[in-house]
Design a protein around this ligand. Sequence first.
Ligand SMILES: [Zn+2]
Length: 419
Amino acid sequence: MRHRAKATRHNRTITVDFCDESTYFQVLSDGKAFVEFVLAFILALGFQLAHKPTCRGGGCLTRHSHYARVRLGGLTLWRIQCTTCKAVFTVLPHFVLRYRTMQPAVARDALIATHGGLSLAWCAVICHISPMALYRVLCAFGQHNVVTVLTRCGLPLPTYILADEKHSRCLAERVYLPTIVRGRVIWHLGYSASKSAAAFTESYGVFQRAALEHEPSYQVRGALTDGFDSTVSSMRTLFPGARLGFCLRHALNKLPDKLIGVSASVRQGLRSKFHALLHRCRQRKSLRVVALGQRLRHLAMRIATTVGEKHGERVRQWFQAKKAGWYAVLEDPQMPAMSTMLDQAHNAIDRKLFAMKGFHHPGGAQAAFLTGLAHLYNLIPYQRRALNAGQCGVEVEGGRVPTSDWMLNLQILTSGGFR
Ligand SMILES: [Zn+2]
């Protein structure tokens, strides 16, 4: 009940980096200095405050009221108010989490352990917090849409996307996580109890709505999938103008399945032929599509002569069903050709889902929990020896993060009071 009452109120909390705690206590006693500090911080970020819809901002901000947070040892928090629209913003210093007694430093350790694949229970042991507390922290960050956070980092909405669903389990039930990835960042990590096209459309629609809210003219130019029916048709419904491609690597891995009963070495040989074929078509700058049609016919013929007409026919039919998706990839040089990045994201998430028993209960806040995981995936920097070491996914994709501290970035970027 507590949660529901809060959700209806507009969250205008902003997390402000006061560098260290003593600075905060210094400016607390001086109203003018306090407002100036906050304004300078917002200006440096290049963010704007979420005023009321009728307000154009630009008015004055004054210190409005303060209150003491008993659970934080009586820490004084100030609110500031816009003199024009009367919107009130709660200023949270960086060393406090919204509605939580848990310190950011504790949450940071637990979240990084979680991100590294440690179970909620084990994270709780090493960080001296309850598994439920950690689960709730993740869900709290997950209340904020991924699209909002990523666009705050200056990333443009993705015009070419990878879309695919991850199969998982909630207790004994099968569940699906429709996912959208562009490069190294997850733009959507949804949750669906059904694998129907309608359910997937609903989930991917959450991403579309958030994107349109940010940019009403937003359009997807191309989407790459593995060819799963529900994913394909939900893409077609939501992004009618988009080119729909099928992953070429997925196609390569599927070919041997079409040749059941054929010896492994022969199947491998034909797969290499198919690989060379797709590779050569991708390299051609012009006439890629014409070349593909011709070469597919030749390959099917070759399969028929080496392993028999029955196999040849099966492969021919499969080519027929899938080739439009491969054409779509080859027609547009900007189209992603392989869903490798999405598979990597899914593998990373998979380890957490497996390790986290907290996820697996029917009454859980799965959507928020998964969004929280997506934030971690996007914002936690890669390890020392990794490619792009020290940078997070957002930075690798050309986005900017507010500070060099990922935890603080997570706090700032998921603040409800910024626009
Ligand atoms: Zn205002």
